[in-house]
Design a protein. Structure first.
Length: 94
């Protein structure tokens, strides 16, 4: 019966809820921009890792090279999008 209990998924859910609560503290405690954006970036990155590994089972398949190539490409696109937005909207480069 023990192997039927979704222990890994429950722990992933608890970690996801904890990271979401940590991200909400940025709003409720009115932190400075630098501290708030740092907390949000760290919690978003950790949340993505938990979602991919626990709920989407990345890395458990047979063709790991294709999976990890897609992940690296996705992280690259996400970083370009985030830092491009910061460059254009926050840092004032047009």
């Amino acid at each position: 019966m023990r192997e039927l209990f979704p222990r890994k998924q429950i722990m992933g859910l608890v970690c996801s809820l904890t990271l979401t609560a940590a991200a909400l503290t940025v709003y409720f405690f009115d932190l400075s921009f630098a501290v708030g954006s740092t907390i949000l970036l760290i919690t978003a990155f950790l949340q993505a890792i938990i979602q991919l590994s626990v709920f989407m089972h990345v890395g458990e398949g047979g063709d790991k090279k294709a999976v990890y190539t897609g992940l690296y490409y996705g992280f690259f696109v996400a970083l370009v999008t985030v830092f491009g937005t910061l460059l254009a909207l926050v840092w004032g480069y047009y």
